[in-house]
Design a protein around this ligand. Structure first.
Ligand code: HEC
Ligand code: HEC
Length: 264
């Protein structure tokens, strides 16, 4: 009697062990499939980042614990492009496991030097004339205080060398920490008095339009006062920097941008 009990127990363990291993593997494959379908478009197929931040890092800024990770995936991050999910809780937990697995991969190597990058940002690039970081700089372009949290290196590089390519997405951007949508449509107007003004659209309704010029001044017009009103869809007010920076300098500026994570 005892012998048979023992034997069947052993047999049970013997057959169960590979079975468990197999379910674990299919679960991971399932998690990856979910990730590729719902997340990779923004976070990159390997979590390397893109329109969204890199997930291939051991220390996530918002999703510091498994509980917070679950919450971020389920509810999204309010006021940002990170959407909430309609997947069920088990799938979300699986996704969380996959995100943690991505976090064990080698950290994205950014070739540049962020200290040199900051000097270029303030100096040669004159980026602060349009962008603000932690309250310093101009409000003409989007705030960059948390840009490293929001975008991967590849996307950041592309927005420097070919700002136009990036524009359709950028028309709608959230002001950091708020749910205020900003758009960066470039507009040019000519008044009947012959005044030419160029800037980004701040607001518009049927009868009026407000725009902010490069100096940061906001102008408001009744459309009836305007002889010409051009909206340059697909055109970025931001200059391209391919000819301004050397490849090394571009790396440095990208490294600086990646380092901007809202910490002061
Ligand atoms: C439309 C683009 C988009 C999609 C799709 C998307 N994300 Fe995000 N995600 C973002 C952005 C942008 C942020 C940064 C939000 C912020 O500013 O904090 C983010 C943030 C995160 C964070 C927090 C990172 C941190 O450092 O703590 C996690 C985790 C995350 N996303 C996981 C996912 C998962 C898993 C999916 C798929 C279910 C997904 N995301 C789908 C754009 C996206
Ligand atoms: C003449 C004003 C101007 C200057 C100068 C300028 N930018 Fe921009 N930038 C903008 C505007 C407007 C946008 C939003 C529209 C777009 O994406 O093209 C933008 C977009 C961006 C984005 C994309 C933000 C996102 O959320 O994807 C980054 C990154 C950026 N700028 C970085 C820089 C850096 C770094 C410099 C200096 C090397 C710089 N900018 C110089 C006006 C400017």
């Amino acid at each position: 009697m005892k012998f048979w009990q023992c034997a069947s127990l052993l047999l049970g363990i013997w057959t169960l062990f590979p079975l468990q291993q197999a379910t674990l593997e299919t679960e991971m494959a399932q998690a990856e499939r979910l990730y590729q379908t719902h997340c990779a478009a923004c976070h990159g197929p390997k979590g390397e980042g893109g329109n969204g931040p890199t997930l291939a890092t051991p220390k996530l800024t918002r999703a510091t614990t498994d509980e917070l990770l679950f919450k971020v995936i389920k509810e999204g991050v309010a006021g940002t492009e990170m959407p909430g999910s309609r997947l069920d809780d088990m799938e979300i937990r699986q996704l969380g496991q996959w995100v943690r697995k991505l976090g064990q991969m080698p950290i994205e190597q950014v070739a540049g030097n962020s200290i040199r990058g900051e000097k270029l940002y303030l100096g040669k690039g004159d980026c602060a004339s349009c962008h603000a970081i932690n309250g310093r700089g101009s409000a003409f372009g989007p705030d960059l205080s948390e840009i490293g949290l929001r975008r991967g290196a590849k996307h950041l590089r592309a927005s420097l060398v070919e700002p136009e390519a990036d524009v359709p997405k950028s028309f709608l951007m959230y002001r950091p920490g708020t749910s205020v949508l900003e758009n960066f449509l470039q507009v040019r107007v000519v008044t009947y008095e012959g005044k030419h003004i160029q800037g980004v659209r701040v607001n518009e309704d049927t009868f009026t339009i407000q725009l902010r010029d490069f100096s940061g001044r906001v102008h408001s017009f009744f459309k009836s006062e305007l002889k010409e009103l051009h909206k340059d869809w697909g055109k970025s007010p931001m200059p391209g920097y391919r000819a301004v920076f050397s490849p090394q300098e571009l790396d440095d500026v990208v490294a600086y941008l990646v380092s901007l994570r809202g910490e002061k």
